[in-house]
Each structure stands twice: as C-alpha cells, then as structure tokens.
Design a protein around this ligand. Sequence first.
Ligand SMILES: Cc1cc2nc3c(=O)[nH]c(=O)nc-3n(C[C@H](O)[C@H](O)[C@H](O)COP(=O)(O)OP(=O)(O)OC[C@H]3O[C@@H](n4cnc5c(N)ncnc54)[C@H](O)[C@@H]3O)c2cc1C
Length: 494
Amino acid sequence: MMNGPFDLIVIGGGVNGAGIARDAQGRGARVLLLEARDLASGTSSASTKLVHGGLRYLEYYEFALVREALGEREVLWGIAPHIVRPLRFVLPWMKHLRPRWMLRLGLFLYDHIGGRKRLPDADTLRLDRHPAGVPLKPGFAWGFEYSDGWVDDARLVALNALDAAERGAEVRTRTPVTAARRARENGDDLWVVETADGTFRGRALVNAAGPGADAVAQLTGEELPYKLRLVRGSHIVVPKLFDHPYAYIFQLPDTRICFAIPYERDFTLIGTTDADHHGSLTEVHASAEEIAYLCEAVNRYFVKQVTPADVVWSYAGVRPLADDGSGKPEAATRGYRLPLSDPADGAPLLTVEGGKITSYRHLSEEAVDELAKRLPALSGPAWTAHSALPGGDFPIDGQPALIARLRADYPFLSEVDATRIIRAYGTRAARWLGAAKGWDDLGRSFGAGLSEAEIRYLTKVEWARSAEDVLWRRSKLGLHMSEAERAGVEAFLS
Ligand SMILES: Cc1cc2nc3c(=O)[nH]c(=O)nc-3n(C[C@H](O)[C@H](O)[C@H](O)COP(=O)(O)OP(=O)(O)OC[C@H]3O[C@@H](n4cnc5c(N)ncnc54)[C@H](O)[C@@H]3O)c2cc1C
C-alpha cells in the first residue's frame, strides 16, 4: 500500500464512481475507489441497459441532454465493442396516441442532433411486411424503426474499475464509508475517510453514492447542494416473446413508454416503471403492482400474453435524479449536476447528482475537469473518449471475427458459449481460457457454461466474491441455471 494521502477518494462503485476513478487515475492522480458492497450492486446493474439519447425526453424539451447522450452512443460502442452493441428499435404506431407527424419529427431530430456516424437512419415501417410485425396483434400496419445501443451495465462498471486499477488506482469493494471529515495536516487540506478497513486520507473527495448520495453527504457533515428525487424503476424477464433481433418501444395510454428487448438469447426484458421511492436502498424489489403493470403493458401489443406467473426474474433500481420540481416521476430530468464545494471550505468535495449509464463517461470527464481546477495532480488531458476498456481493443464491427477466432482456438466452445464469452471479455477471453483443450481443463463445471476457471478469474481480477456477484452482475448466467446449479456456485464461493 502507498504512503501519504491519495489525491482523490471516490465513494461509490457504480458507473459514475468507477468512471471518475478511471478518468482521474489516467490523468495522473492517485485514486482510491471505495464501494460499500459489490461493484454495480446499486442502480448501475438495474438499468434497462440502453445506450440511448432517450427519445421520450424530447417531449420534455431536454434537447441538450438528448444531444449529449446521443453523441455518447458511438463513443461507448467504440471503446467497448464487446459489451456495447447497436440495437434497432421498432415503434408500432397506434391510433389515438401520439400522431404520426409527431413521431416522424421526433425521430428526425433524434437522427440529426447527436452527431451519428455509424448507426443507421430511422425509417418508417410496414409492420405487415416486417419480421417485427409477426408477434404483434393484428391491426398494427405502420410503425417506425430507429437506432440506439445496448450495454451490459454491470460489466461496464467492473471494466471501468478494472482499467482504473490497472492504471494504478486502489479499488476496495465491500468497504462502506462510515464517516468523512476535513482536516488540515502538515499544511495540507485533506479528507479523512473512515471505513471498517481503516482510515484513508485524500486531497479531494467525490460523493458518487448514487441514490445514497444524501446519506453520504450526511456522513461528511454537509447537505446535498441540490435535492435528489429517488424514482424506482422495475423490470421483468419472461421466456422470449419473439424470435428476431429488434427491440420494441411501446407507447402506453398513460403516455408512458415501455421497452420489450431481446435478452440473453432465450428471454425478453420488459421495463420500466417510474414510482417515487421512499424505502430501503439496499433491498429494492419490483412490486406485485409493477409486475402486473408491465405484463399488461406488453399484452396490449403481443399476441402471446404474459402473466406474473411467466416472470422468471425481476429486478428494480432507484434512479438518483436531480430534483427539478417536475410533477410526474417520469418527467423528472435525467440530466446531472456536479456541484463542487467552495474553496473556503477546505479540501474539495464534488458530488454527483443524477446522470445515466449512457452519459457516465462524459459526466466523469466533466467531473474530473472540475476537480482539476483544484487538484494539481490531475494534470493530464481528457483521454477516455478514445481509449478502449479492458477487452474492448478491437474494431466496433469486429465481434463476429473475434467469436470465430475464439471458436478456432477453442473448438470445444459452442457458438452460444463463444458469443457469450466474447460479449463479456472481448480480447481478454484467453486470460481465463488459457491453454484449455476441453471443458475438463477449466476445472469444475457449474452449468450454463460456467467453469471454475472463469469464477477464479472473476474473483481474482474483477472483485467478485459471492454467487450473486458472478451469476447476476459479472454475468447473467443465473438466468440459464437451475436452482441446484446456482446453489452449487454459492457453495463453491462460500
Ligand atoms: C429502472 C432504471 C432504468 C434505467 N435505464 C437506463 C438506461 O437504459 N440507460 C441509461 O443510460 N441509464 C439508465 N438508468 C440510469 C442509470 O442506471 C443510473 O443513472 C446510474 O446507474 C447511476 O449510477 P451511479 O454510479 O450514480 O449510482 P449507483 O450505481 O447506485 O452507484 C452508487 C454506489 O455507491 C455505493 N455506496 C453508497 N453508499 C456508500 C458508502 N457509504 N460507502 C461506499 N459506497 C457507497 C452503493 O453501494 C452503489 O454501488 C436507469 C435507471 C433505473 C433505475
């Protein structure tokens, strides 16, 4: 362990904390990232997993926000082409809801305000002649299609933390911060941060605790500069409702929208809801009403009907939104604020309020730019827009070639296994596959293609500790396993 204070201590290993830690470490600071539980165990593994501008935020005139997020789609695809990929959305047109001219105008703006280079244009669609029309109820003759992106949100966090660590940052998971205070020691203004693992000192502090930012502000004896609005969103996963690669965006009569997305090969992911959240931040679940609402939402569109009994998995997360005084939770801004403490208060404190997975890199860059005004160690230029995340150092259209090469190197892997592995580890797959000639060489098999070698890699390199870390965050293999198989992983890791 190093001597002397860190330059920067970041509280919160969600996408924003990990992104800021990576950016700051790469600009020359010595960074400590402290996460109370597992990386991405908060909101950052509970998103809809879209790298998107947010078509519906155009309705709230959030042009600057949409423009920034649209621009980030291709940036993130470029730096992480293993875990990010383009996704084509189909929007069936429904009489009595938004008029066709409005949707056309919205999609025209969506196509043109965000600096799109590689993603294909939006288009109108005859649903009676398109594969996406097949699973829909009769009567949907017209629709639109447009481009956005998909990301493995939890892996995005782990890979940002990994890159930060490989550049020299110290990353500590399962290390809740219990207190933090400013001090002046040997002529330096510092933050003194207490955890069960010990006391750490830093020249600056970032509160990136997401929905927990208010509680962390209280630990520092400060108030949040702006109020947070906590809005819960739930998702359900059901056996697949369609067999093509398009995702759907459905308009609902209450003016909300709902996504139905091809998920993990065998499933459909449906979400999300928006409800003000007041309860625990560590035990956040989809309520029975939310599950019923989501079933009802897709049942308006698909021939195949779903009931809560079909739900194989559900998850919920709490959006930490910068409170802009909006009435409905879905109308609250998805923008962010990065207030920095007054120099007269002593060592700097920057707080992250709001944001999206999509804008995490840009947010991190802005946060580090702000901190650089007060922290001389942050001397380097912005760098994250063009620097690949671990395993992402291959061309954005290079996934098929990488999968084919992996299968040539490891002929015992099926197409399904190889695709899953490349979409998780990219060019780093061989780091745990090693010189294996068959499954037996990878140690014990736990089911669904999970081997002892992969678990050992995840615990050694990616901070995984529990079965939940491995089965529901570093991967989603839990979905493909029986209860007995999941119990096997649990027993192995405990
Ligand atoms: C339902 C839903 C759907 C969404 N869909 C999308 C989407 O499709 N696309 C998109 O771009 N965005 C989406 N978002 C938004 C996005 O998920 C969030 O903005 C983002 O994940 C917030 O990340 P964060 O790092 O700020 O917070 P978090 O991920 O919550 O991270 C904060 C971390 O701080 C830790 N922490 C808290 N207190 C302490 C402490 N005392 N000590 C140490 N650590 C602490 C927590 O354990 C947690 O891991 C969605 C959000 C929700 C809820």
